[in-house]
Design a protein around this ligand. Structure first.
Ligand SMILES: O=P(O)(O)OC[C@H]1O[C@](O)(COP(=O)(O)O)[C@@H](O)[C@@H]1O
Ligand SMILES: [Mg+2]
Ligand SMILES: [Mg+2]
Length: 337
């Protein structure tokens, strides 16, 4: 039996050092933690409870939704709408913002989330996750609007993800570094197991969906080719490759042992007028906050993601993140192009 620090104790201790803290933020994080525990249980039971497979619906990106995309979205809404901490929510799976029902008090925070990340893996029992980010509403007391969510990543006050893998973990930043917690199923508590996670500046491991190679832009083609050329090439060292197709699992690997993850822009997307594959508010910004807090870098290819001014709720952007020196090398290749 361990006597580790629970995530609630950790958050409360951290908030003790925040001037003017009211407890709202702690309580909001606790509701998010509860939602992830419910989702962990749902994902773990999978076919036993009939939650695998596709739903007969599409999200605003035109992707066929999985049953679990919809069920996990519901869990997040129900767990977070009632307590009076939120002004509104926005989800990858909802076309418009979710306004807090009038029967509940409205609060000062905004929550954005990707309820199930790595959906294409759920039916094949590969790790999936949940990604979230917390902002403070900037506007007045009126009803929140989509515009309230269009804040740069630097405005985030917290970000995190849950990883439903061999064990269920939660990784969190509130702007004071990055900490990882493992769910002890026996007591139903997330316990601090990975304090102060940091990303090594150098790595010999990259992750990209190589099936898109012919559509990539020259800087990415050059970077990946040099990795593949290994010892015989300009890098003079062999590189390893990974692709799980769950962003949460890729980022967790990078937080644990370094690496670089790339979902770059490509000509196929450009032809469709698409700005990238991954969503700025639900995936790119929260993961960039976590990666930067762990000493890594996160860019579109040409600029820092967290400096981007969002233009729309479901905007997609290119994402290149991970070990700082590799990310800077890729930025340099784009500058030279
Ligand atoms: O299917 P691909 O091209 O390998 O893309 C995988 C990427 O798409 C995603 O699954 C998109 O996220 P969702 O599953 O939340 O839609 C990422 O997690 C992952 O990195
Ligand atoms: Mg996702
Ligand atoms: Mg998703």
């Amino acid at each position: 039996m361990h006597n580790g620090t629970t995530i609630t104790q950790f958050i409360i201790e951290e908030q003790r050092h925040v001037a003017g803290a009211t407890g709202d933020f702690t309580s909001l994080l606790n509701d998010i933690v509860t939602a992830c525990k419910v989702i962990s249980n749902m994902v773990n039971h999978g076919a036993l409870v009939g939650v695998l497979g596709s739903a007969e619906s599409e999200n605003i990106q035109g992707e066929t939704q999985k049953k679990l995309d919809i069920l996990t979205n519901e869990v997040f809404i129900k767990s977070n709408e009632w307590a009076g901490h939120l002004a509104a929510m926005a989800s990858e799976e909802m076309d418009t913002i979710y306004d807090i029902p009038a029967k509940y008090p409205r609060g000062k925070y905004l929550l954005t989330f990707d309820p199930l990340d790595g959906s294409s893996n759920i039916d094949v029992n590969v790790s999936v996750g949940t990604i979230f980010s917390i902002l403070r509403i900037q506007g007045g007391d009126g009803a929140p609007t989509e515009r309230d969510f269009l804040q740069a990543g630097t405005q985030q006050i917290a970000a995190g993800y849950a990883l439903y893998g061999p064990s269920t973990m939660m990784v969190l930043t509130t702007g004071n570094g990055v900490n990882g917690f493992t769910l002890d199923q026996n007591i139903g508590e997330f316990i601090l197991t990975h304090p102060n996670m940091t990303i090594p500046a150098d790595t010999r491991e990259f992750a990209i969906n190589a099936s898109n190679m012919r559509f990539w832009e020259p800087p990415v083609k050059r970077y990946v080719q040099e990795c593949l050329d290994g010892k015989e090439g300009p890098r003079g060292e062999d590189f390893n490759m990974r692709w799980i197709a769950s962003m949460v699992a890729e980022v967790h690997r990078i937080l644990t042992r370094g690496g670089v993850f790339m979902y770059p822009i490509d000509s196929k997307m450009k032809d469709k007028g698409q700005g990238g594959k991954l969503r700025l508010l639900y995936e790119a910004n929260p993961m960039s906050f976590i990666v930067e807090q762990a000493g890594g870098g996160s860019i579109t290819g040409t600029q820092r993601i967290m400096d981007l001014q969002p233009e729309s709720l479901h905007q997609r952007v290119p994402v290149i993140l991970g070990s700082k020196n590799e990310v800077e090398r890729i930025l340099g290749y784009h500058d030279q192009a």
